[in-house]
Design a protein around this ligand. Sequence first.
Ligand code: PAF
Length: 281
Amino acid sequence: MVVFKREKDLKRYLLNISSKGGLVGFVPTMGALHKGHLSLLKEAQNQCDCSVVSIFVNPTQFNDKEDYEKYPVDTSNDILLLTEAGCDVLFLPGVEEVYPKGIDNTPTYDFGYLETILEGKYRQGHFKGVGQVVARLLDMVQPDTLFLGQKDYQQCMVLKSLVAQIDLKPEIVICATQREDDGLAMSSRNRRLLPAQRAVANLLYQCLVSIKTKKGIERFSIVEKECRDILKEKGFTPEYVALADAADLTLLDEYDDNRKMVALIVASIGSIRLIDNMFVN
Ligand code: PAF
């Protein structure tokens, strides 16, 4: 695996590959890698000639200073995992490389409705930061295909909108959420869970399963309340338990079989915020 820290070195290397017709597959990450990231890498390796993973903990997408400061960093282990997995290129830029003109002078994008609901509503400014950094990373990597995880469903939609707004048009491939044996969605933040918190952390998954299985049997408003109540009972602070149209994230009050639906949940336990989603039909 080749490791680059500078945009110009990365670009020179990748230009050599793409000028010979090689396809570049890109997996952007914030490090603290787990099997979910590695499954994205595997897909990039399957579909492309050169796999590129970036690790950059982007300061502009954290609305909560503590979350940024406590975000797990484990670069030497990440390098080990990527090497073992046969990754071709690791891009490891610093803040000055990503934002050479300064954060305030780096363009941001408008995601309209997506910025006003769910993650957009609860994490003000988060998607502005995600769009800003991914636009910069795409400009540096210039990939043919961008690989994203379904776990961050709304982020996938935001990034589709980003690609529609910028000149580069990589194909976007969304890969299934990877789960622990008990259903907990794999996430870098999971490593901060204390044993007692980890023991109940799959409750989000269980709630999603119950939203799915109770379709046609119970009203969504009742199931939503049941989910909130059980989450609270087990020590979580639920932020949202939502049902939405999977195509555009229009929020739904009730199940609607005429639409493809996705259920989305966010709940915190202690200071750790967990997120998950599942298609309902
Ligand atoms: O999903 C993430 O890890 C981040 O939001 C991303 C896409 C790497 C941008 O910093």
